[in-house]
Design a protein around this ligand. Structure first.
Ligand code: FE2
Length: 207
């Protein structure tokens, strides 16, 4: 009773004391969009685009984390170059994550954010916690890129068709092009070419 009286007394008092451990209901539910935005994009368009962008976001966040895992756990003679390359790609994926998430918010939606929610949503195969060989790391990363590239092309076409040119531009100019370039840099590490001694030309090749 005494505590209640104190709470009532202090509830609206201006004070330098921080008010800790606060909780309240959500101000916007996940999977919804705001009604009133002067974007000249109808609500159904923004609903569809934010849903598809959230899938792309979950997969991009997963690829981002797969790059950091690979950066830390890489082993072998190519350790140094891959350690650096993985981190460069990680940084570029971080930029994409922010661009996609902020596109969702500006369309009036709610961006997926936390690891547990991302893990439930992503289409990318979960790797083991332990370390894997370089060819396996590279293959996992390329598979993840493939999921994102496929999705990005579909999303870009759909965005263009229903009039969301901004999403189309983001997905093509940033997401698709960055992923395509990273695929090139990774896949060249999986080509089996001699390191020290060139192959002798075969009899058939020399003829
Ligand atoms: Fe590092």
């Amino acid at each position: 009773m005494a505590k209640k009286q104190i709470d009532a007394k202090t509830a609206n008092v201006i004070s330098a004391q921080p008010r800790l451990h606060q909780r309240a209901g959500e101000i916007q539910r996940y999977g919804t969009v705001n009604h009133l935005l002067p974007l000249e994009l109808e609500e159904p368009v923004r609903l569809e685009m934010t849903a598809q962008l959230n899938q792309l976001l979950a997969d991009t966040m997963t690829l981002r984390d797969l790059y950091k895992k690979s950066h830390w756990q890489v082993a072998g003679p190519t350790f140094y170059q891959l350690h650096l390359l993985y981190d460069k790609h990680y940084d570029e994926q971080v930029e994409l994550v922010d661009s996609i998430a902020e596109r969702i918010q500006l369309l009036g939606g709610v961006s997926i954010a936390m690891a547990a929610d991302v893990a439930e949503t992503t289409q990318i195969e979960r790797p083991p916690r332990g370390r894997e060989e370089v060819p396996v790391q590279l293959s996992r990363l390329l598979d993840a890129h493939q999921v994102i590239i496929r999705q990005a092309r579909t999303l870009a076409r759909r965005a263009s068709l229903i009039g969301d040119d901004g999403t189309n531009d983001l997905v093509v100019s940033e997401v698709l092009r960055t992923n395509e370039l990273q695929v090139w840099f990774l896949s060249e590490h999986l080509v089996n070419v001699p390191l020290i001694k060139a192959e002798e030309p075969s009899a058939a090749g020399a003829a």
